[in-house]
Design a binder for this molecule. Structure first.
Ligand SMILES: Nc1ncnc2c1ncn2[C@@H]1O[C@H](COP(=O)(O)OP(=O)(O)OP(=O)(O)O)[C@@H](O)[C@H]1O
Ligand SMILES: O=C(O)[C@H](O)COP(=O)(O)O
Length: 402
């Protein structure tokens, strides 16, 4: 039972503003397809079958990052999944966007430009404030209804996610509905044996608060990726610093040092940190014990000893929750940590959830099957937040709208 309106409640043949989350990896300026496109394409296909005209609202990256690019390529990827034309306009709510929206006819799909290119989108503010923005006030009257399918971004209080349901008829899309239902069911489950959470990836700030909030249910945390290095830094090792132009560590350390140190102090006996790390040396993978690290290097994966330890912990677990990759799995040389852990999960019959828009991509890249896991979520930060039992603001506003 959901507490918001779904597509089952939506009358056919309307002009819809549909928020999806196709935030994707970008390699050398090229947007990479991930499973988010396929899942949202199913929602869009259903809407088109019901004679709606659809304008798609979405984001990509964050200002200042290499991944902050236009949604033009995303429109092409969606077109491939839908097997039909998808238009794109390089504008979100200005004159060009409004003209393109006016021209929409039943069965059309138009992708609007990256919502994060609009100043009012990003600052985290209350939904009531977002509802009053020019962004929301300009677009809302152009549509009969708003559909939010972006469960994976529902932890962000951004204009495109929380403003519209306060000013117009609002519905959850199929991805939102399915992820919400699956993640709510997971919160209800109880496990007899050890529960392990594997945390990695780049977004340490989404994960640090989670460790404290799930401490009733999770027996041990295996850390890797950027979040793992930040904890190693707090433990006094010479890693977790930005080197060679990276921008992962120092700002997250500055903002969260106190919490990281406190969590390490309080939960140290449950936190497993890498004992070795891998880096690139003359084009090859090389490894070094954390104890011996003295030089400034970008570490790209956990080492083999760590991967073995984590895989062993997974094998004796009753349930495993993964969010974020243990290394840069997109490069085969640095996929070992991530793939060893996922393979260990796949081999056992533990209950498992693999989360993260990017991380879930590693499943098909390395010959694993979605069926090997209990649930593969296209959400990362939103799914781990849901595990804490804390609400998601994007879901809350849909419930209020209903
Ligand atoms: N040591 C590392 N250095 C650089 N990048 C890393 C490292 N370890 C992991 N990563 C990157 O982390 C990414 C995945 O985690 P990330 O937290 O960014 O996103 P996600 O899993 O898609 O979750 P969400 O849906 O919240 O975005 C991968 O693309 C991987 O390359
Ligand atoms: O990829 C995600 O987790 C969502 O799209 C949210 O993106 P963000 O972490 O940049 O806010």
């Amino acid at each position: 039972m959901t507490t918001f309106k779904t597509l089952d409640d939506l009358e056919a043949g309307q002009q819809l503003l549909v928020r999806i989350d196709i935030n994707a990896p970008v390699e050398d300026g090229v947007v990479q397809d991930n499973r988010r496109f396929a899942r949202h394409a199913e929602t869009l296909a259903e809407l088109l079958e019901n004679d709606h005209a659809v304008a798609v609202l979405a984001h990509q990256g964050r200002p200042g990052r290499d991944t902050f690019v236009s949604l033009e390529q995303h429109a092409d990827i969606l077109a491939d999944h839908l097997d039909r034309d998808v238009d794109f306009v390089a504008d979100t709510f200005g004159e060009d966007a409004l003209t393109a929206i006016d021209d929409l006819e039943s069965g059309d799909v138009l992708v609007l430009e990256n919502a994060r290119m609009c100043d009012e989108e990003l600052p985290e503010e209350e939904p009531e404030v977002k509802a009053e923005t020019e962004f929301v006030q300009t677009l809302a009257p152009e549509f009969d209804a708003y559909v939010n399918d972006a469960y994976s971004a529902a932890h962000r209080s951004h204009a495109s996610l929380v403003g519209f349901p306060l000013v117009m008829d609002a519905y959850a899309g199929r991805v939102m509905e399915a992820e919400y239902t699956a993640n709510s069911a997971i919160q209800e489950q109880e496990f007899d044996g050890p529960v392990t959470m594997v945390l990695g990836g780049t977004k340490a700030e989404d994960l640090i608060p989670v460790i404290e909030r799930v401490d009733d249910t999770v027996d041990r945390f295996c850390l890797g990726g950027i979040v793992g290095e930040l904890f190693l830094r707090a433990a006094g090792h010479d890693v977790g610093y930005d080197v060679e132009g990276t921008e992962f560590f120092d700002h997250q350390w500055e903002d969260h040092q106190e919490t990281i140190e406190r969590v390490l102090e309080e939960y140290g006996d449950r936190l497993h940190l890498a004992s070795d790390l891998a880096y690139e040396d003359d084009g090859e993978r090389a490894e070094e014990a954390v104890e011996d690290i003295e030089k400034e290097t970008s570490y790209l994966d956990v080492g083999s000893d760590t991967a073995d330890e984590y895989a062993g912990l997974v094998r004796e677990s009753e349930a495993v929750f993964v969010k974020g990759a243990l290394g840069v799995f997109e490069d085969e040389r640095f996929a070992d940590g991530t793939v060893d852990v996922l393979s260990a999960i796949a081999e056992t019959d533990c209950f498992s959830v693999i989360g993260g828009g990017d991380t879930s991509r590693s499943i098909e890249m390395y010959g694993l099957e979605e069926d090997d896991f209990g649930h593969v979520s296209v959400a990362g930060g939103a799914y781990v937040r849901a595990l804490t039992g804390e609400g998601l603001v994007g879901v809350d506003v849909l419930e209020r709208a209903a």
